[in-house]
Design a protein around this ligand. Structure first.
Ligand code: NAD
Length: 278
């Protein structure tokens, strides 16, 4: 079994990107907007800022109170859209309930949408002609490449159909000529489907959801889940102890997909800066 060490792969990619940033005529700049005081969001924003620091990317943080109105948030996004020194804009999700995420995402100019959540960028991904890839699926593709798997003709099963992970993940696998199945909460006989997978991606949000009997021996298993247990420990969606002996490669949690997500955000920010200064 090969452990797909996202920490090590992301560190390598970050070093390469740091060298690239040094050669750029413009210093890339990422604006991160955080509304409210959700502790998990705070951790994610801090990690993104740290990623920027490591690479010599300028990061701007805008922390807004949870009572912020839609108009106030849109006004900030507008100002960031207009600011030529800002290349990437990221609004940390989820937003407080009174704010409309769809409208907020649509307000970000597609060329600054480094999360690749804007419908224009989603559409570009669909047709395979894109500038940015959504960070988590893009990071997973890097890890699958690291496993040495050629996806052509392979059976890939994605559990989860969110716009952030499941759906774009399936599309990226399809672009690499895999045969892709998306499973979700209404899927009948899930185990029967997952057992066919040469590559199994779990993005469910339930600890130990994927058990050994759901996995085909020799499969590559990608665990996207980040679940906090009562004792404070982080765990994924896969029963790592039981599944790792039968998988040919597997990602740990933490230290698998998570660090790759940050590296891909940095890559998108660099791409945005380069494209806006061509
Ligand atoms: P989500 O809640 O939007 O989607 C969960 C999906 O799981 C849904 O599509 C649902 O249909 C499916 N599901 C739920 N119960 C199921 C069941 N019993 N059988 C089959 N499918 C079922 O979640 P998301 O935003 O896609 O995130 C999924 C997990 O990945 C979460 O733990 C999240 O924290 C984590 N995540 C990690 C990263 C990272 O960088 N590592 C990034 C994004 C999300």
């Amino acid at each position: 079994m090969k452990l797909l060490d996202g920490k090590a792969v992301s560190a390598r990619l970050m070093e390469e990107m740091a060298r690239e940033v040094e050669t750029l005529s413009v210093k890339p700049c990422l604006a991160v907007v955080l509304v409210g005081d959700d502790p998990a969001s705070r951790v994610y924003v801090n990690n993104k800022k740290k990623g920027c620091e490591k690479l010599g990317i300028r990061s701007l943080e805008y922390t807004m109170p949870k009572e912020t109105t839609q108009a106030q948030l849109l006004e900030l996004i507008d100002a960031l859209n207009e600011d030529k020194n800002v290349h990437g804009i990221l609004v940390q999700l989820p937003l407080p309930k009174h704010l409309d995420e769809k409208t907020v995402i649509r307000a970000i100019r597609p060329e600054k949408d480094v999360d690749a959540f804007h419908p224009v960028n989603v559409g570009k991904i669909m047709i395979g002609d894109f500038d940015f890839l959504p960070c988590t699926p893009a990071g997973i593709m890097e890890l699958i490449a690291e496993s040495g798997t050629d996806l052509t003709g392979k059976e890939c099963v994605v559990i989860g159909r969110s716009n952030i992970v499941g759906k774009p993940m399936a599309m990226l696998l399809l672009h690499k000529n895999a045969t892709v199945t998306i499973c979700h909460s209404k899927t009948r006989d899930l185990k029967e489907v997952t057992r066919r997978a040469d590559v199994l991606v779990a993005a469910v949000g339930i600890p130990n959801f994927v058990t050994a009997d759901m996995v085909r021996p020799g499969a590559v298993v990608i665990d996207v889940g980040i679940n906090r247990l009562d004792d404070g420990k982080l765990t994924g969606d896969v029963d790592f102890e039981a599944v790792s002996p039968i998988a040919s490669a597997i990602t740990p949690v933490p230290g698998g997909v998570g660090p790759m997500t940050i590296a891909m955000l940095m890559r998108n920010t660099i791409t945005a800066a380069k494209k806006q200064n061509q």
